[in-house]
Design a protein around this ligand. Structure first.
Ligand SMILES: C[S@@+](CC[C@H](N)C(=O)[O-])C[C@H]1O[C@@H](n2cnc3c(N)ncnc32)[C@H](O)[C@@H]1O
Length: 943
């Protein structure tokens, strides 16, 4: 059976039809479809003069494009490597006598962080000068510094104009390339802000600043431009990334996890019924989160991706669009409901069909009360270099028998004319698929929508619109007849509707209340302030009406007590860190009471037959003994918030991993616990339990992904400073270099320091300098000091990628630790600072994890196994499902597999364990020879 685009990739996941490893000969495919061509020719979506170019472009293979990801500073450093090193190597190259084009930056994308190249994968594979460039792409993709993304898919997040501190919702987010851009924007300028806070603090305390502590030009610019200082410079914003398809939600998690954001929550809901998210619930009052920005990158028929998804030539049918129109409209209406007044929704598809585009925009606006309530934003001054065409204002609709209709009246007439036995090919047509009537058309400037066509700048086809909410809305029910809005009604908002545009963030709201109410105690908590807000401003009643999922009965929402109940000031989860004036003593008086845990509330049968449970996210009491040990060992500044540490097990105890989330994420997870919202991911892994020898060693080591968040707040006793490139190169190549027996002398500038530092995890800070052997980019890495060696706690791919990027060095990694055969393993493990759990040393004693190898698993292996254990209480089928999904996602996005199906794990543990333990890696095991295969695949897949 041939699958139509709609049958693949989830309901209407029209984009992203992955064909990993496919070696189809693009030129040999028949790229004709009469209905497809005649429909768009008849509609006149492009001028007659451009028609030839349009179809010719659609028949050409799509250029490869990619984006540098992560914080701006880091992304620019990786990009610089491309510009300085690889571009010169592959400029003016010929292949079979023909010139081969190097990649070019996408002209309208900020800071040249997006690139595109017309050179085909085949040529890249065969043309020698491209080999090292390809290695660079593969290596940086595998560690998440480069993301393959279609050029047109980069537009919606740019138009959404997300700023730090905003609350953002991505309703149809998988596989996550746009979510990644949104997270980056939520964290915009964060590094520079935090560094400024730390620098100011150091000055305040009269501490000497190293040259690295100086403000760079970029930091000065950011400091001037940004004003989100509310959480010591950390972003207070939030992204909720959602996808209805559980498997695709797992791909999404895999993709966005790389950005290590504590400000991210992933959910798994149908966007047409996206649940209301509680943000305040006290004394019988409940308030719901409204978003500053929402992306509705909806499921679509995807004919804009024809260049990539060649099956569309064969499968294109008019019915594909008709079946999606209503879902798309519902998603957009739900988005507008959940938006703040003054907030923006970007609606986008990769379909060229007006039924999925302008018709959806027009009908959603109409259902929300017309242009008085929702405006189409004029974006003509945005992305000036991007060629686009205006949205359509008139079109015809094709039924599934390829008959064209000009208007809904014509359809009705046609239906009347049908005999009783006639098959009604118009059954899926709806009035809202047609252009708005002339009177509506005046009010909805659809020409402000953007249409991107393949021939304009050699991309895929795309549609984008930006909508702004002007007042609160109550959407018309789908089944109600269309309401004619008189111009008078439009211009006079109802009395109950707020007239002022609300562009405030949650913290702004709190600050606003502060200024409006009685003289405040400056230490007043945000919860206290939110309560006061209820007394002076109407609660933001969720207008979800017929779409409400019933979480929040309207009566409850509108129930407002006459005076806000009193609670202690320090009960606020916002308190920890939002006041820049917090002192050490403030932190000591924390009295956080975790909310009572709610029982697991629902089960849903997953797509692969496993039970999908509501997952556990339990926050730790800041005075939990394990946390006290951590604060003490790392001399964690009391200024660093201590009430945002979380674990992911039902018991709520730190067993193996401790995560960190932003304050707002915490608030949402705790207030909505047990309310039926399917949260599937949140939190950055900050500390991992590591068995270690020595009474004074803290068992909790800092995890690489959490390091950027906590690094500045770790005391100097646990920091090793480094300035020379050569020292880092050695640490990257050598695993477990010796410190004992004068081994430290080989470690240059850090030798004495690592000899003297107490055992356990420490922070390696690589400072910048102008010296010849100095670094241009700041780095921070976790280091483990054991009795006899020191080791960078980095996965091997990461080591290799850094070696290649920073040193252009492809030296094989070397294991410098002692031999680990059965006789000496215990000693070796201890020497490297890791020991086994009691009773697991002997051969075959633990069949679950040791599989008779005779070697116990080290903590480092434990981490490798982390994705497969039962800490989160996952059922076995779910674990398997996740592994497969992740493997699929990795293939799809062209990265090195990091986790393997269970059978592979078993094999590693039995046949190859001894060998692999010699190469003890911190997180990921890669099999010999694997890299070569991935290199071939990585630019042969599509996202
Ligand atoms: C076009 S893709 C989104 C691409 C994504 N924004 C990106 O940039 O990577 C559409 C997604 O919508 C999801 N989807 C389909 N119907 C949905 C619904 N009713 N609610 C939420 N998600 C839905 C599909 O699983 C698919 O992942």
């Amino acid at each position: 059976m041939t699958l139509t685009p709609l049958q693949r990739g989830g309901r209407g996941g029209g984009r992203g039809h992955f064909q990993p490893g496919s070696r189809t000969d693009y030129s040999a495919i028949d790229k004709h479809n009469e209905r497809y061509e005649s429909y768009y020719n008849e509609l006149g979506i492009i001028e007659d003069s451009e028609r030839g170019e349009f179809w010719a472009a659609l028949r050409r293979e799509l250029p490869i494009s990619f984006r540098f990801t992560g914080s701006r500073g880091h992304a620019l450093t990786v990009q610089q490597r491309l510009i300085d090193h690889y571009i010169p190597e592959i400029t003016s190259v010929t292949f079979n006598g023909e010139p081969v084009d190097p990649p070019e930056p996408v002209s309208w994308f900020p800071d040249k962080l997006a690139w595109s190249m017309t050179t085909t994968k085949n040529v890249i594979r065969k043309c020698k000068p491209f080999a090292s460039f390809q290695k660079f792409l593969v290596s940086e993709t595998s560690v998440g510094n480069i993301s393959r993304q279609e050029v047109v898919s980069m537009i919606p997040p740019l138009l959404l104009d997300v700023r730090p501190g905003m609350t953002v919702l991505d309703l149809c987010a998988a596989p996550g390339s746009k979510s990644a851009q949104l997270i980056e924007a939520v964290h915009g300028g964060e590094e520079a802000r935090v560094r400024k806070v730390v620098r100011d603090l150091a000055k305040e305390r009269g501490r000497e600043l190293s040259p690295d502590g100086m403000e760079t030009d970029l930091e000065k610019q950011v400091a001037e431009a940004e004003n989100d200082w509310s959480d010591d410079g950390r972003s207070t914003g939030l992204l909720i990334a959602n996808d209805m398809d559980y498997r695709r939600a797992q791909m999404l998690i895999h993709q966005v996890k790389r950005l290590n954001s504590p400000n991210l929550i992933v959910t798994n809901h149908n966007a047409t019924f996206f649940p209301s998210v509680r943000i305040f619930a006290e004394g019988g009052k409940t308030r719901y989160l409204k978003f500053d920005r929402i992306l509705a990158d909806v499921p679509c028929s995807g004919d804009g991706t024809t260049r990539k998804n060649i099956a569309i030539w064969k499968d294109w049918l008019p019915g594909n669009s008709l079946g999606l129109h209503i879902t798309q409209q519902r998603i957009l209406v739900r988005a507008l409901q959940m938006l703040k007044v003054g907030g923006r929704v970007v609606y986008s598809t990769c379909s060229m069909n007006p039924v999925e585009n302008e018709a959806v925009v027009a009908s959603a606006i109409e259902r929300c009360g017309g242009m008085a309530n929702v405006d189409v934003v004029d974006c003509s001054d945005m992305l000036p270099g991007l060629k686009r065409r205006p949205g359509m204002t008139s079109w015809r609709v094709m039924d599934k028998a390829a008959q064209m209709f000009d208007s809904w009246a014509e359809v009705e007439e046609y239906r009347v004319s049908l005999g009783e036995d006639d098959n009604d090919s118009t059954a899926r047509l709806a009035e809202s698929m047609f252009p708005p009537t002339p009177s509506d058309q005046e009010r909805i400037p659809l020409e402000r929508c953007w249409r991107i066509y393949p021939h304009l700048q050699d991309t895929g086809g795309f549609f984008i619109t930006v909508l702004e909410k002007k007042t609160e809305i109550k959407a018309r029910n789908e089944s109600e007849p269309k309401k004619e809005i008189s111009p008078k009604e439009e211009s006079e908002p109802k009395e109950s509707e707020p007239k002022k545009v609300d562009q405030t963030s949650i913290v702004d709201v709190i600050n606003e209340i502060e200024s409006k109410t009685e003289p405040q105690n400056n230490n007043g908590s945000a919860v206290e302030k939110l309560k006061t807000l209820d007394a002076i401003a109407p609660p933001q009643v969720d207008p979800a009406n017929h779409m409400d999922d019933g979480n929040a009965p309207a009566t409850q929402r509108q129930d407002r007590p006459s005076s806000p109940p009193k609670r202690p000031l320090d009960d606020s989860p916002f308190d920890g860190g939002r006041s820049p004036k917090r002192t050490r003593n403030d932190v000591d008086t924390y009295d956080y009471t975790p909310p009572p845990s709610a029982p697991v509330s629902y089960d849903k049968v997953g797509k692969r037959g496993g039970n999908v449970h509501e997952e556990a996210f339990k926050y730790l009491d800041p005075s939990h003994p394990e946390l006290l040990r951590i604060y003490d060992f790392y001399e964690l500044s009391e200024r660093f918030p201590r009430d945002r540490f979380m674990v992911r097990n039902e018991m709520g105890e730190p067993v193996k991993a401790i995560y960190y989330t932003s304050e707002l994420a915490k608030r949402i997870l705790t207030l909505n616990e047990g309310k039926g919202i399917k949260f599937v991911h949140c939190g950055v892994k900050m500390f991992m339990k590591q068995d270690a020898q020595g009474r004074d060693i803290c068992r909790w080591r800092i995890q690489t992904e959490g390091l950027p968040v906590v690094q500045h707040w770790v005391g100097d006793d646990r920091v090793v400073y480094m300035h020379k490139r050569e020292t880092l190169r050695k640490l990257l190549i050598e695993m477990f270099p010796r410190v004992a027996n004068d081994g430290w002398k080989e470690l240059g500038e850090i030798g004495e320091r690592v000899r003297d530092i107490a055992m356990g995890c420490c922070v390696l800070r690589v400072d910048t300098s102008d010296a010849e052997d100095g670094f241009k980019e700041r780095l921070v890495l976790p280091l483990w000091k054991s009795i006899s060696s020191v080791n960078l706690m980095l996965p091997k791919e990461e080591r290799r990628a850094m070696l290649l990027r920073l040193f252009n060095d492809q030296t094989e990694l070397q294991y410098k630790g002692p031999r680990r055969d059965e006789a000496t393993f215990s000693e070796a493990a201890n020497e490297n600072g890791v020991i086994q759990e009691p009773g697991t040393l002997a051969a075959g004693q633990d069949p679950e994890t040791r599989k008779g190898s005779g070697l116990a698993r080290t903590s480092q292996e434990d981490e490798f196994m982390d994705g497969f254990d039962t800490e989160n209480g996952y059922s076995k089928p779910r674990q398997q499902a996740e592994q497969e999904v992740i493997a699929e996602a990795e293939k799809a996005i062209g990265v090195a597999p990091t986790l393997k199906p269970e059978s592979d794990i078993e094999r590693l543990e039995t046949e190859e364990e001894a060998q692999l333990q010699h190469e003890a890696d911190t997180t990921k095991e890669v099999q010999p020879g694997e890299t070569v295969k991935e290199e071939e695949d990585v630019f042969n897949t599509t996202v």
